[in-house]
Design a binder for this molecule. Structure first.
Ligand SMILES: Nc1nc2c(c(=O)[nH]1)N[C@H]1C(S)=C(S)[C@@H](COP(=O)(O)O)O[C@H]1N2
Ligand SMILES: [Mo]
Length: 516
């Protein structure tokens, strides 16, 4: 057979193999098994420092688009590699296409990729969107991948042979004349698989986190307690876990005397605590709504650590979710009675997107530390790092004091003559785990300040809501600014140096127009 024909046949068979393999991965994703389509992104993103990460995100139009780009390019890359590998394969076996030793193709197309995959993605293999324990999840991911590459190998070999040989009375002959027709048959199978793949991808897209990742809570709707369905939301995942409680468990290990595994029911053996706590993302801009407040019920992390018996050398606690998200907190913070493993949010079990069945609550630390879908607690030394810490966020994860004007909204206009009553000005103030003691507003861009009324205080770990009324004397454009003082007596400054990746601090200002 000519080299060109062999390369063409290999390319077609390889591409078909790639398509079937990708469709199989989408099918696995439907079963909530981790596939290269998403975990390659997880593996790579820890190598991108926050600066380039943010500018990349800006360039592609946000975190959601970045995730879509990640999955899309993995699929495209996979198909490209499959076609190229197929072409090379074709040119190698062209002299004897009917006698391709299976041991050979199995080693090259199944065993080798499997080993390479296991080595390259080892840290993220233990991901399960259904909540399997990490070790089981790792095995399931590997088996899933093995099935996918096996499918590729079989399709490549049989597809190539189908295109290039025919059997007559148990003899194989080269089958060149009809290659075109047979390529057409494979093309039809490929198209059907693409159709199935696209249908699966659409279903997965609807189940994905795109519709709610980045949800903000701000403006006139803000109430003391954020309703669960309005609570801000951030996730690293394309599709969030939906944990099956019967499969899930919580491990506690590392630098402890008694490593243990807990089932969900076991947690009811600990004395529960109910606590109001505000969460805020490290990326929350001065005017943004990546901050919300809820009442959490759970058990103090300390109670589990005490049972496990922390041993010397321990300095940090590493928390891991079933989605392989990790973060660490200092051991002292872990031992505070207000650091919780929460299973209820505002009186109901945690919603899936907020970490069902169990998440960590770390008052006064950025949202990053509040690991959702928790499945492992590892007591570690001072070097332990989590997902965003490895990327290079931090070093400071303690939330600065922040405040925001929610009403009136930016750029609103009023007519002096039509003001029946004073203008209501209100918003939030949050002092990490230090509480809020005072909130002031300025109507002249920060030259003079006026006290406001704190009409709701959620305690030391939660935000306070403040309000005041304002009657502008003359028409003009006004710059309103807010500043809060925390429970320790520290007042927010216009600008506070925190390092570029430790979140922003500063005063929120807004502009309103008053006309005569
Ligand atoms: N397992 C897991 N936990 C996670 C994340 C994640 O992607 N996976 N995102 C973190 C980030 S960046 C933030 S700001 C908070 C958001 O919590 P929420 O969505 O419940 O508001 O969860 C944190 N916990
Ligand atoms: Mo976040």
């Amino acid at each position: 057979m000519s080299r060109t024909k062999a390369i063409f046949a290999g390319l077609v068979a390889g591409l078909l193999g790639g398509i079937l393999m990708t469709t199989a991965m989408l099918l696995l994703a439907m079963l909530r098994v981790a596939t290269p389509l998403v975990i390659i992104g997880d593996r790579l993103s820890v190598f991108i420092p926050p600066g380039p990460f943010l500018s990349l995100m800006g360039k592609v139009g946000g975190y959601n688009h970045l995730k879509q780009l990640g999955v899309g390019s993995t699929i495209a890359g996979q198909l490209l590699v499959a076609a190229i590998v197929g072409a090379i394969f074709g040119s190698f076996v062209r002299r004897n296409p009917s006698r391709i030793p299976a041991i050979w193709t199995m080693s090259i197309f199944v065993l080798f990729p499997l080993v390479a995959f296991a080595i390259a993605l080892w840290p993220v293999l233990g991901t399960s969107y259904i909540g399997l324990p990490i070790e089981v999840a790792r095995l399931v991911t590997l088996v899933g991948f093995a099935l996918c590459v096996f499918l590729f190998e079989r399709t490549l070999v049989t597809g190539f042979q189908f295109l290039t040989t025919r059997k007559i009375a148990n003899h194989d002959y080269e089958f060149t004349p009809a290659m075109g027709r047979r390529a057409f048959v494979l093309g039809a199978i490929g198209l059907a698989a693409v159709g199935g793949g696209v249908a699966l991808a659409r279903k997965l897209y609807r189940a994905a986190a795109f519709s709610y990742d980045g949800t903000q809570y701000k403006g006139p709707i803000v109430q003391p307690i954020t309703p669960n369905d309005l609570f801000y939301c951030v996730t690293k995942n394309v599709i969030d876990p939906k944990v099956n409680i019967d499969l899930w468990h919580l491990e506690i290990g590392g630098l402890v005397q008694n490593p243990a595994t807990w089932r969900f029911q076991d947690l009811t053996g600990f004395k529960p605590t109910t606590q109001e706590t505000t969460l805020m993302c490290i990326s929350n801009d001065l005017d943004a709504g990546l901050i919300s407040n809820a009442i959490w019920k759970g058990v103090p992390l300390r109670d589990l650590l005490d049972q496990a018996g922390v041993i010397s050398g321990a300095a940090r606690v590493r928390l891991q979710g079933v989605d392989n998200y990790t973060d660490t907190i200092p051991l002292e913070k872990a031992m505070q009675p207000t650091t919780l493993l929460a299973y209820e949010m505002n009186g109901v079990p945690l919603p899936d997107r907020h970490g069902y069945p169990l998440r960590v609550i770390v008052p006064g630390y950025f949202g990053e530390k509040h690991v959702k879908w928790l499945t492992r607690i590892e007591v570690a030394d001072a070097n332990a790092k989590g997902f965003y810490e490895t990327q290079g966020w931090g070093p400071d994860f303690i939330t600065p004091t922040r405040s925001r004007i929610d009403v009136p909204e930016y750029d609103s206009g009023f007519f002096l003559g039509q003001l029946g009553a004073p203008i209501e000005v209100k918003g939030i103030a949050y002092g990490g785990d230090r509480g809020i003691s005072r909130v002031e507003v300025s109507f002249d861009g920060g030259k003079s300040w006026r006290d406001t009324e704190i009409y709701y205080s959620g305690g030391n770990l939660a935000w306070s809501l403040w309000k005041t009324s304002w009657t502008p004397a003359t028409a003009g454009d006004y710059t309103l600014v807010v500043r809060a003082t925390d429970g320790k007596g520290d007042t927010q400054e216009w600008y506070e140096e925190r390092g570029p990746f430790s979140g922003v601090a500063g005063l929120h200002q807004t502009v309103v127009h008053v006309r005569a």
